[in-house]
Unconditional design. Structure first.
Length: 320
């Protein structure tokens, strides 16, 4: 199949509900369309598995870089997902059991010949919080536990820590706790559901005031600029959806080192597009489900990150 006749399926939340100005998935669709690739859009409800064959029911679309009219529905699509060249899994978290079930369907499409970005196995295995444990040389002191006694000891050791759920997104339920916080026990009880759920605790990195830096990786290699999400006044969360301000910056030596420590390993696992979260000098999260930041960096530096991603996908497709 020639490049111009490729078909790319995109699994995502409803296309009509996105914010086109900042949506990275739309940027990817625009880049694919610019190469002449045909676009098919799916929601989770459109996926199915019959006798081991991954099936999809979606719609063919054309997309536009227009904040008022960013797509046209050009007709239905129904068939075997494995007949598509590429499947982009861009469904936003939460990473719940419905998401996991979808990865099993996508894995059957992968077996049938579709390139799934990111690999369904990696989507299940590379938990965005826990995966940092594979690179402890890059991270601040980190504890994953259910037990309040361990959390209290960790807090006493470091004086100030961040506690967050393992399945959170967008800065939700992220707490900064110090030894003198009268709510520290309540926070621990709430996040662990009274010691029934694992949480992550990390040593507080004060450089968060300078931004939570998103480093984008394409097939293991970093994009030359990062997006620093600088918290708004009175907030500690470096998340754009939580009100942080996005500020593009050149990649620094420390971010390059972290990318080198992590990138090749992720690429071997089938993670073609990832977002590393770096605070100060430390890796805090590895985002593989639906990383964002493309549009902001493209605008600030005249880049076309999604086209770089399509080039990496093309290379993968051409591998023997």
């Amino acid at each position: 199949m020639t490049t111009g006749s490729r078909q790319i399926g995109v699994i995502m939340d409803p296309l009509a509900g996105i914010s086109p100005k900042k949506d990275s998935t739309l940027a990817m669709m625009l880049a694919a369309q610019a190469r002449g690739w045909q676009l098919v859009c799916f929601e989770l409800a459109g996926l199915a598995l019959r006798d081991g064959v991954a099936l999809g029911r979606g719609k063919r679309v054309s997309v536009h870089d227009d904040e008022q009219r960013w797509f046209d529905d050009t007709g239905p699509w129904e068939g075997r997902l494995g007949d598509l060249d590429v499947l982009l899994m861009r469904k936003d978290p939460p990473f719940d059991m419905e998401y996991v079930h979808a990865t099993y369907i996508l894995q059957r499409a992968e077996v049938a010949g579709a390139l799934v970005v990111n690999s369904p196995t990696a989507l299940r295995d590379v938990n965005e919080k826990v995966a940092t444990a594979w690179y402890p040389q890059c991270t601040p002191a980190t504890l994953i536990t259910r037990h309040h006694a361990q959390l209290r000891a960790f807090l006493a050791e470091h004086g100030k820590i961040v506690i967050k759920p393992l399945d959170g997104m967008g800065g939700r339920s992220v707490f900064v706790v110090d030894e003198h916080d009268p709510n520290r026990n309540v926070i621990m009880e709430t996040l662990t559901d009274n010691q029934a759920r694992f949480v992550m605790a990390q040593r507080y990195v004060p450089e968060i005031t300078d931004g939570d830096k998103r480093v984008l990786l394409i097939d293991g290699e970093p994009v030359e600029f990062l997006l620093a999400r600088v918290p708004g006044g009175g907030d500690h969360r470096g998340n754009l959806v939580a009100g942080a301000r996005g500020e593009g910056r050149p990649l620094g030596p420390r971010e390059r080192w972290i990318a080198a420590e992590v990138g090749a390993d992720l690429a071997r696992k089938g993670v073609i597009f990832a977002g590393l979260d770096v605070i100060g000098d430390y890796l805090t999260e590895i985002n593989v489900t639906s990383p964002t930041g493309i549009r902001e960096l493209d605008r600030q530096f005249g880049l076309n990150i999604a086209d770089q991603l399509m080039t990496a996908i093309e290379r993968r497709l051409e591998r023997p």
